[in-house]
Write a protein that binds this ligand. Sequence first.
Ligand code: CA
Length: 227
Amino acid sequence: MKVLIIEDNQDIAASIYDYLEGLGYTIDAACDGVTGLHLAVTKDYDVVILDLGLPDIDGTDLCRRLRQDAHRSVPVIMLTARDSLENKLEGFKSGADDYLAKPFSLKELAARVKVLSERIGRTPTSRLSVGDLSLNVDAHEVYRAGKYIELNPTLFRLLTFFMQNPHRVIKREELEYAVWQDNPPDSDALRTHLSNLRQVVNKPFDCPLLHTVRGFGYKLTDKNANS
Ligand code: CA
């Protein structure tokens, strides 16, 4: 198992390093956000242990960039001295999978690392498909019927969310949250993006996959849209 530690406190980083190495894990460590983000994007890890308070990039910001800009689905455990509910929610919104408040026991951290790597490992989320449409989150590639579809980052996030929730009516608020979190642009932006997505996902092909369910929302499915 490969673990990345991003932590600027040398003592904490060293103690996590030694403990996990003692359990037979392979460890990389970064003491600032830029180095950590670079490693997390360019190498494959089973789990990333991420400190919230880093000298350059905030932990929540780093996590957001990892998810939204780099489309990496590697499990992230956020470490923080600030154990208020607000920070916890921020951590999860940014895409962290788990959260541990300092001071913590190394035994508990190791247990959570193990659980997280197994949970995520059982549900490979990097390759998604609906009908003849397929999307690789890590490779940032979309194909339909063998034809490559180029998408900008917003459309890619939008389609990823649809493909993680196939055959289900999704409300516009859910889509807005998935793409922009708490800061959606004006109300027509989503409509425009959905229209652009239809142009590339539906229009060139015989059977539409992306459907409007009037009064309810939107659905991505290769089954009968009314069923
Ligand atoms: Ca710190």
